[in-house]
Design a protein around this ligand. Sequence first.
Ligand SMILES: *Cc1c(COP(=O)(O)O)cnc(C)c1O
Length: 374
Amino acid sequence: MPALNDILQNSLKTAHEAGQKRVLSTTELQWLTPTLRHNGRDYLHFSSNDYLGLRTHPQVMRAAMAAVDVHGAGAGASRLITGNHPAFEGLENALANHKKTESALVFGSGYLANIGTISALVGKGDLILADKLVHACMLDGAQLSGATLKRFAHNNPEHLSMLLAAQRGKYRHCLVLTESVFSMDGDVAPLAAIHDICTTHDAWLMVDDAHGIGFMQPFKADIISGTLSKALGSYGGYVAGSATLREYLINHARSFIFATGLPASCAAAAEESLRILKAEPQRAQHVLSLAQTLSYTLGLPAAESAIIPIILGENEAATKAASALRDQGIWVQAIRPPTVPVGQARLRITLTAQHTPEHVHTVCQALASCGVVA
Ligand SMILES: *Cc1c(COP(=O)(O)O)cnc(C)c1O
C-alpha cells in the first residue's frame, strides 16, 4: 500500500502537469496605495477584493480596535451559547436596512453563510437550479443539502424558465441560486427577470451579493447572502431576508449553530464600513468609472463592476501573462480551472478606490507591451 504522502504527491504532480497546481505566495498589501510587497519588491496590484478601500480606512480600523478593547479578541463561543456579543445587533440592523429586508443574520464567513443556508432550506426531494457560473460555495451547499442540482445557462432567464416549466412539478421545493455581480466575470445578473420567473414557478430565489455590495441597486430576492470580507474590508458573512428566515436559520443552519461567533472587531469594522459605503457613494462611482475606462481602452465589453476578466484560454497563457506583468512590477492574478471553466483561464483585473486613472493607464500599457492585448 502506498503511504499517504505518496498518494498526495501523485495528485499534486498531476495538477502541476495540467498547469493547475496552486501555491501560496506571501503578499503584504500596503495601506495608502494599491501596492503590495512580495519578496522585498513592490508591485502595483489589480487583484484585491477590497473594492472600496475600506480595509485600511482609519475609522474602520478604529472601530475594530475599539471593539477589541471592549469585547476581547474572540467571541469565546458560538452565538447560541455565549458568543452573541452586542456588536452583532447593530451590524445586522444595518445590513437589513441596506438590503431593504426585514432582518439579517451574521455568520462566520460568506462561505459558511452559503453552505449553511442552502443545506438548511432544501433537501432530498427538492430541486436546486443554479446559474452555470455560481461560486464554489453555493455548489458545496447544494451538494451538502442532498437536493437535486441542475444548472441553467449563465445569466439566461429563458433557460431558467424552460427548466422550471419542465422540472418544477417533479419536486417539492425549488431553490434558484445566482449571484448579483459574478466573481470571475464581473457581469451583473438580470435579477428582475429571474425574480419574476421564480415567482411564476413557485421557486425561491437566493442571490449571493458578495461582489455586488456598494455597486448594486437594491433588488428583490427571498434570500440574499454576502460577505463582510470584500467591499466591507472586514471578515465574516451574512444572510438577509425575512425575520422568519432568520429565526429558521438560527435553528437549522449547521454552520451557524456549530461554529464560534464572529469576533466583535470584525462585526464592528463591517458596520462602520457599511456606514461609509452609504455616506460616500462616490467611492463606488470612482471604481466603476475606472473599470469602464479600462474596459474601453482594452476594447472589452463595458465593465459593469470592479471586476474585469481578460479571457486567454489555456492555463499556460494565463500564467505566462501574469508572470510577464509581474516582471514589469504589476500584480494581476491568473485564474485557472476549477475556479473557471476549462479553456477559459484568464487574468482577473480588479479595481479599487485606491486606484487612479494613471494606474489604469499603466496596466493597459503593460498589457499591450506583454502582447496580452493588441
Ligand atoms: C468570496 C466569496 C464567497 C465567500 O465569502 P467569504 O466571506 O470569503 O467566505 C462567497 N460567494 C462568492 C461569490 C464569493 O466571491
